[in-house]
Design a protein. Structure first.
Length: 81
């Protein structure tokens, strides 16, 4: 399902969002990272593909998803700290 989210983002090319998905070494766990420009509205909130991806996610996960806000303290290349 996450493939549809990336296809939707590629088609719409929303401004102010960088989004990545990573699979962990266990082969079943994933980390999704969405970085929004300051003041940008999260375009994922308007994505039908993302809504479908989130629908029933608790039934697909042994441990439910956890959302956290973070502050960039360093990045290469180019993301200001």
């Amino acid at each position: 399902m996450r493939y549809y989210v990336f296809a939707d983002l590629a088609a719409g090319q929303p401004d102010g969002l960088r989004y990545a998905s990573f699979q962990l070494d266990d082969g079943v766990s994933f980390v999704h990272v969405a970085v929004l420009d300051d003041g940008a509205r999260n375009p994922l909130l308007d994505s039908a593909a993302f809504a479908r991806f989130q629908s029933g996610i608790k039934d697909r996960c042994a441990d439910g998803p956890v959302a956290s806000d973070v502050t960039v303290i360093g990045s290469y290349p180019g993301q200001p700290a």
